[in-house]
Ligand binder design. Structure first.
Ligand SMILES: O=C(O)CCC(=O)C(=O)O
Ligand SMILES: [Fe+2]
Length: 227
């Protein structure tokens, strides 16, 4: 059982929350084992080529693997009220429908038709530069990252990190200590913060520190589709 009140509280306070044991080990390993295959994916990105870091990732094609499709739908339904509350606080007009299918229909109508869930693979020396996963006008402001490998056993290093850039202040670092099967729910690009004179927006980025040894796999679930 996920304590959604805690998740909402941590997201409000930190811009990121941990959900422990979201995915059983067997499912993590089955998902990571898809990586070398061709069929479930629409494209492969070598991060070094784009200055994104080092390592690679593959975007899934539709239909998504059942486990991911299910999680995308279910987690969206829980996160949409938080996303709506955040937008309201930030004075952003967009509101998210209760069902993911309805939000995806909106993305597709705007030309954002390509699926964004992905599998990432890092070997020794690989890392992922701080970034934001924006893929068009329509943005769902929260996303999910699931660690498929076990730190200490499968890899060392490779910490999941975030930075929060506050207006006219120094950036705040945040580390989410994931273990195999844990998920990080994170802000995609910004979140509201209550200040003395009203609500302001802080800007967030996420990335992965250098993997020191072994192999690290993650699955990313982004709720908007891409142009
Ligand atoms: O590998 C990671 O932990 C980060 C993955 C990521 O950037 C994403 O899923 O958007
Ligand atoms: Fe990302």
């Amino acid at each position: 059982m996920i304590d959604w009140e805690r998740v909402a509280r941590e997201l409000d306070a930190e811009g990121g929350a941990l959900i422990e044991g979201l995915m059983p080990r067997e499912d993590c390993e089955a998902l990571a084992a898809l990586y070398p295959q061709g069929a479930p994916f629409r494209s492969r990105v070598l991060m070094e080529r784009h200055g994104f870091g080092r390592g690679e990732y593959k975007y899934f094609d539709y239909p998504l693997p059942e486990r991911l499709a299910g999680l995308r739908e279910q987690m969206y339904a829980r996160l949409a009220p938080i996303a709506n509350r955040w937008n309201e606080a930030m004075g952003i007009e967009a509101r998210y429908p209760a069902a993911h299918a309805e939000f995806i229909a909106r993305c597709h109508a705007a030309g954002q038709t390509r699926p964004t869930p992905l599998l990432l693979h890092y070997g020794e020396g690989d890392y992922n530069c701080l970034h934001q996963d924006l893929y068009g006008e329509h943005v769902f402001p929260l996303q999910l990252v699931i660690l498929l490998s076990e730190p200490g056993r499968d890899f060392t290093g490779g910490e999941f990190v975030m930075t929060e850039q506050r207006p006219r202040m120094q950036s705040r670092p945040l580390v989410l200590p994931l273990r195999q099967g844990d998920a990080a729910v994170i802000a995609v690009h910004h979140r509201p913060v209550q200040g003395a004179r009203g609500v302001y927006r802080v800007n967030l980025r996420h990335g992965v520190s250098r993997v020191r040894s072994g192999r690290r796999y993650t699955a990313g679930i982004i709720f908007h589709d891409a142009t």
